[in-house]
Structure formats: structure tokens, C-alpha cells
Design a protein around this ligand. Structure first.
Ligand code: NZQ
Ligand code: ZN
Length: 385
């Protein structure tokens, strides 16, 4: 196992009815900006519940943070924070609203042009506003991590940043808030969490038994509960377990002391920026092809994945790896998520366009060995056609 430092300051308040905890979690004298997506929190009654819990505190709302939150929209929130002397941010929504709030928290206190935060992967953030979140869509893990992904629409660039100053102070996870999700978003959440786990697990062995078994348990939970949530969307226990899987998949625990990949995400971000495909859907397009192309260097972990996660015992090692990749693809398809670019009416021209964007963004040495260069990304995308 590699050496590591582990730090996670986010308090989790989990369960039905937990939104009322906001009264304990938000400072009594705070002037709060509640940040929202399009209209879901208003329609579902979650915003009303939040406002009731905030009680007498002075609060304003900023709505309109879109899926794949844009720099352009978020800068409007930064202006509001400054004009109204807001001192606490509260994200109410999915990963996009929470990621957007992280950017606002950092940008409002940033000296200079805030897009530079993305260009420096967050290393230049030295202060950030305090904030919490009420999660309504289990998927990204943003509610308990220090990462955020922001899209600059004019530049067609979707870039991530990380900084310990943008961990939420707290996140409220009420599984009943997920009952209103459209099936498409439920499926997206399952697949996004699945790929967060594989990005930290399907690399090469470093004798990290705890992280491996933890990852395998989470993957099996998703394989079991993913189809179940589609059949029984009103089942609280399924929702609760999926919510906690998605959080633990990317709250740092799994990724301690092990190599990371993230090539699937970086290639996927370009597909979203260019063609507006949902984040999770881009991952389902890329991962099976990436595992096929990179299987020689991932061989030991792929065999472990085949055996421990999918219980594949027949055939040669090559057969087992092929079967594990097939099962992964079939799982995504069973969740209603296509795994080929053709399903999005994209062809060879899209491969060229994504490669050009990867080059423009310096994404030329991806993966746990930094060997996913542009030629290999091209092979992966071509296989995904
Ligand atoms: O905008 P509203 O009206 O609120 O509707 C949203 C949105 O249309 C809707 N929704 C959310 N909760 C709902 C609901 N509808 C009904 N009932 C509810 N309870 O769902 C739609 C999608 O929401 P969004 O927040 O965009 O989805 P998700 O949570 O999947 O977030 C995706 C974003 O997170 C980034 C992605 O790149 C993408 O930009 N990621 C962030 C990560 C991180 N911070 O660590 C890691 C991930 O890999 C990911 O990259
Ligand atoms: Zn993701």
C-alpha cells in the first residue's frame, strides 16, 4: 500500500426528516445564500422544507445552476454573494449544484480571474467561504469530497478542481428526497458511482486489502440494487443504501493508498462539453472500451474483478477478462444506459473532435501509468463507436 494522508471534515446527517438538522448546522447569525438547480427543489417541496428549517435566518436564493454547472452562471452567483455580503452558502440539489457552490465558495474570495482556479486544478485556492449541502441526487460524492467540475461554455471546456478548503462543512442525506428523481437520473447515479469505484480499483495491485474488499463490496451492492431500484422506485431501504454507496464511492476512503486511473472521467468530460451527454452516460461509453484497450496493464486487477465481483470461474484468463468487461457493459445497458457512441448519433468525426479537445486541455498522459496518450484515447473512442 502507498503512504497516504487521510482528511475528511464533512459531517453527514443521514436519514428521513434530517433536513430539520439545518437549524443546528447553519450558524444562527448567518446570512445564507441557498443555491439551487432548475426547478426540482422548488417543485418537490424540498426548498420549502429547507426554508422552514432555516427559520429566522436571513436568506436569499440563487436558482438556475444547470446540470454540468457553467462558469458563466456561477459568476452571477459570485456577484450576488459579494453584493449582498453573504457569509454562508447552502447547496440544495445534485452534484451540479454542490460543485457549483464549491466554485462560488472559492471564487468569491479569489484574487484574480476565477477561471484560473480550474486552469490550476484548484492549487491556487487559499481561502473559501463556508458552505453545507442538502443532497437530492446520489451520484457524484461531491457532498463529501473536495472536488468540483465546472464547464466554461464559451470555451467548451469542462475541467475539475480540488482543494481541501471546499469540503462541505456538512451534508444532509435524506433518502426520501430521491423518490422524485426521474428514472434517467437514478440510473445515471448508479453508473457514476460504479465508475468512481472502478477508477480507484481497476488499476494494479498494491496489496491494499481493505480498499480492494471495500471497493468490491460497493460494486456488488450497486450490481444488486441498481436493477432493484428501477423495479421498486418507492423502496426506502434501496434508496438509502444507494445514497450511501454513492457517497462512500468518492469520499476519499476507497482512494487512500492506491493508484488512481480517472482517464474514463477525463475523456467523458470532453464528450459532455462537446455534445451535452449526461456525465454518467459518457462514462458508460468510455469505460468498457478503456478496459479492453488497457487490459494488459490492468490484467491482475481485472482478473480479481472477474473473480470477486462477477464470480467468473470458467475459461482462460483472457476469457475471464472478456466476460468481466461484457458483464460491465451489460450492467450499464440493463440500467438503460447506452455504451456506444452510435446510440448518440455520433461517429468518427466525434472521435477527432474529442481528441482535439483532450490535446487542447493537456489531457495527454492519463491513467494510473500516465500512458493513456492521444493515440490510446483514439483507440478507446474508436472502439466505443
Ligand atoms: O436542476 P434541477 O431542476 O434541480 O434538476 C436536476 C437536474 O436536471 C435533477 N434533480 C436533482 N435532484 C432531483 C432532481 N429531479 C427530481 N428530483 C430530485 N430529487 O437531476 C438533474 C441532474 O442533476 P445534476 O446535479 O446535474 O446530476 P449529478 O448529481 O449527476 O451531477 C453531475 C455533475 O457532477 C459532476 C459531473 O461532471 C456533472 O457536472 N461530478 C462531480 C464530481 C465531484 N464533485 O466529485 C465527481 C463526478 O465524477 C462528476 O464528475
Ligand atoms: Zn463521475
Amino acid at each position: 500500500m502507498f503512504n497516504f494522508d487521510y482528511y475528511n471534515p464533512t459531517r453527514i446527517s443521514f436519514g428521513a426528516g434530517k433536513i430539520q438538522d439545518l437549524d443546528k448546522l447553519v450558524p444562527q447569525d448567518a446570512k445564507v445564500l441557498v443555491l439551487l438547480g432548475g426547478s426540482s427543489a422548488r417543485k418537490t417541496g424540498t426548498l420549502d422544507e429547507v426554508k422552514r428549517a432555516l427559520g429566522q435566518r436571513e436568506s436569499l436564493e440563487f436558482s438556475g445552476i444547470e446540470p454540468n454547472p457553467s462558469y458563466e452562471t456561477l459568476m452571477q452567483a459570485v456577484a450576488l454573494v459579494k453584493a449582498q455580503q453573504i457569509d454562508f452558502l447552502l447547496a440544495v440539489g445534485g452534484g451540479s449544484v454542490i460543485d457549483g457552490t464549491k466554485f462560488v465558495a472559492a471564487a468569491a474570495m479569489f484574487d484574480g480571474e476565477p477561471w484560473d482556479i480550474l486552469l490550476n486544478w484548484g492549487a491556487n485556492v487559499t481561502q473559501a467561504m463556508p458552505f453545507g449541502s442538502v443532497l437530492t441526487l446520489p451520484a457524484t460524492g461531491s457532498e463529501m469530497n473536495n472536488a468540483s467540475v465546472v464547464t466554461h461554455k464559451a470555451l467548451k471546456a469542462k475541467l475539475p478542481f480540488r482543494n481541501d478548503l471546499v469540503y462541505p462543512q456538512f451534508s444532509i442525506l435524506d433518502p426520501t428526497k430521491t423518490f422524485t428523481l426521474p428514472e434517467r437520473q437514478v440510473a445515471n447515479g448508479v453508473v457514476d458511482a460504479f465508475v468512481h469505484i472502478t477508477e480507484q480499483y481497476l488499476t494494479y495491485p498494491v496489496n491494499a486489502a481493505v480498499q480492494d474488499r471495500f471497493a468490491e463490496g460497493l460494486l456488488q451492492t450497486l450490481i444488486e440494487l441498481g436493477p432493484q431500484v428501477l423495479r421498486n422506485p418507492g423502496d426506502y431501504d434501496i434508496r438509502a443504501n444507494l445514497m450511501w454507496v454513492a457517497t462512500t464511492a468518492l469520499n476519499g476512503t476507497l482512494g487512500t493508498g492506491v493508484p488512481h486511473d480517472w482517464a474514463t472521467h477525463m475523456i467523458g468530460h470532453e464528450l459532455t462539453a462537446l455534445y451535452d451527454i449526461d456525465h454518467a452516460r459518457t462514462l458508460a461509453l468510455v469505460l468498457p472500451a478503456l478496459l479492453t484497450v488497457t487490459q494488459a496493464k490492468k490484467r491482475e486487477k481485472l482478473l480479481q474483478y472477474a473473480s470477486r465481483v462477477w464470480h467468473i470461474t470458467d475459461g482462460s484468463d483472457d476469457d475471464k477478462i472478456a466476460a468481466a468487461i461484457d458483464n460491465t457493459r451489460n450492467f450499464f445497458e440493463a440500467m438503460g444506459i447506452a455504451t456506444h457512441l452510435s446510440a448518440y448519433n455520433l461517429g468518427a468525426e466525434a472521435v477527432d473532435a474529442v481528441i482535439a479537445q483532450l490535446q487542447a486541455h493537456g489531457m495527454v498522459a492519463l491513467g494510473e501509468h500516465q500512458d493513456v496518450d492521444l493515440a490510446m484515447s483514439r483507440d478507446i473512442l474508436t472502439l466505443a463507436l
